[in-house]
Design a protein around this ligand. Structure first.
Ligand code: PBG
Length: 327
């Protein structure tokens, strides 16, 4: 059918008709809200490179949880910032870790949230790498044993979902085995299956104090040049027992989100709109160069349209508010 019978503009004539014809719709339950929890009160406060995002103490968690529940958000992703950092990430392995305490606190406050925890070592190691170092390299097989221990600590504290982000081979299998062995058969694994070695993580490394002190993460995170490889990463993680898979970052990798979505239609797919994606919008909006609300909603819509079921985003509270205000 072509012009004049087909007139594309008919479906764009009023806001209500446009809503009728809309293919992609966001809602607050699509968003996963990242939270940074500090062990030491002096480390709490605003993160300079991420305006609107703060590092919170355990006490401050209660108000934050109430705030986001009122906005309709249903899940959080926890990151811990410990006092002690050492070569083997021992403060992540302790059952008194800051993340364990945060999980327990949230579980006491509500049963309406899915609690997801980031499982990695980079905020807990003195060198800032995601695993233990042997011969100047991150040792894969020693690291996955530690990641499994961290995941178990989180599960024991009451996490619903553990999310390994270290990009170590076999980390999902190691975690699944450890959890099952300890009886945590219902604890889900959200795997950071497709995680690129991206410069868009810059502001996060300030937030989580996790910048590597030497080298970079290109020996374990994926090269931005590769998309086919992403399908291998997603496949192996699903085979190892991942319940949910992730692509990260989001907006610069929409093609990857789409390919993973189409190749694995049965797996819930999460995309992570990372710190750099957030801070770029905030910075341009502060200068009056872009409209924060319109740009943020357009980016989130694009990520969902590309095939993400859920989006981890620092805009979660603001975007939920904007959605509630829409006519
Ligand atoms: C931990 C981790 C990182 C992010 C999430 N988990 C940092 C990294 O890999 O360097 C980045 C999140 C963001 O930039 O918002 N490994």
């Amino acid at each position: 059918m072509s012009f004049p019978k087909h007139r594309g503009r008919r479906l764009r004539s009023t806001p209500a008709v446009r809503a009728l014809a809309g293919e992609t719709r966001l809602c607050a339950a699509d968003f996963i809200h990242p939270i940074f929890v500090v062990e030491e009160a002096s480390a709490a406060g605003p993160i300079a490179s991420m305006p609107g995002v703060s590092r919170l103490t355990l006490q401050q968690l209660d108000a934050e949880i109430e705030r986001i529940l009122n906005l309709g958000i249903r899940s959080v992703l926890l990151f811990g910032i410990p006092v002690l950092k050492d070569a083997t990430a021992s403060s992540a392995l302790s059952d008194r870790s800051i993340v364990a305490a945060a999980i327990e606190r949230i579980r006491k406050a509500t049963d309406r949230l899915a609690i997801i925890t980031d499982v990695c070592l980079c905020s807990y190691t003195d060198h800032g790498h995601c695993g233990v170092i042997k011969k100047e390299k991150v040792d894969n097989d020693a690291t996955i044993e530690l990641l499994a221990k961290v995941a178990l600590v989180h599960a024991q504290a009451g996490a619903h979902v553990v999310a390994p982000s270290a990009m170590m081979d076999g980390q999902v299998a190691a975690i699944r085995e450890r959890l099952d062995h300890a009886g945590f058969i219902d604890t889900c694994i959200l795997s950071y299956a497709v995680k690129y070695a991206s410069s868009f993580y810059g502001p996060f490394r300030e937030a989580a104090d996790s910048k590597p002190s030497f080298g970079d993460r290109r020996g374990y995170q994926m090269a931005p040049t590769n998309a086919g490889e992403a399908l291998n990463e997603a496949r192996t993680d699903l085979e190892e027992g991942a319940d949910i898979i992730m692509v990260k970052p989001a907006l610069p990798y929409l093609d990857v989100i789409r390919r993973v979505r189409d190749t694995f239609p049965g797996a819930p797919l999460v995309a992570y709109q990372v710190s750099g994606e957030y801070s770029m919008i905030k910075a341009a909006a502060e200068r009056g160069w872009l409209d924060e609300r319109l740009i943020a909603m357009e980016a989130l819509t694009a990520i969902k349209r590309a095939g993400a079921d859920r989006i981890i985003t620092y805009f979660a509270p603001a975007a939920s508010k904007w959605l509630a205000e829409m006519p």
